[in-house]
Ligand binder design. Structure first.
Ligand SMILES: [Zn+2]
Length: 144
């Protein structure tokens, strides 16, 4: 596609950026996969993924305003809520384990354990729902 210099300059601004890394190459956009910054876009060296060597340390977050539809804050909050629920589940699981240990001595605890397990499975359902929501939101951000 060799058209005019005008189209190539608009191509450049569309792909990102106009930013140049320390090697003098045009900066490339990546999507972060870390737990701390899930699906956040950043600019990095074009050589970033090629073996991890030979590239410079250029790195820059793309402004959060560029995330369309869902603000990044909402994703982070959802993630935090999931983490919180996971913590509750693991606490409840520990309690269940302890109660099961007592079971031999006290069969009446059985009812209590059943209740706890019902709570845990409800929490799991909530997490499944939140995770689905998160996946949707990520889809919106990545595709839209
Ligand atoms: Zn570079």
């Amino acid at each position: 596609m060799e058209l005019t210099s005008e189209s190539s300059s608009s191509m450049r601004s569309k792909s990102g950026v106009g930013q140049v890394c320390d090697c003098g190459l045009p900066a490339k956009m990546f999507i972060s996969k870390t737990a701390r910054n899930p699906n956040r876009r950043f600019l990095g060296c074009e050589l970033y993924k090629e073996g991890g060597n030979g590239h410079c340390k250029y790195f820059s977050w793309v402004d959060e305003e560029e995330v369309k539809g869902w603000p990044r804050r909402a994703l982070v909050e959802a993630q935090a809520e999931i983490n919180e629920k996971n913590k509750i589940i693991s606490q409840l699981s520990t309690t269940i384990m302890e109660l099961k240990g007592d079971l031999e001595r006290n069969q009446l605890q059985k009812k209590k354990i059943d209740d706890m397990e019902a709570i845990v499975s409800r929490q799991r359902l909530v997490i499944t729902g939140l995770t689905g929501l998160l996946v949707c939101a990520i889809g919106v951000i990545v595709l839209g």
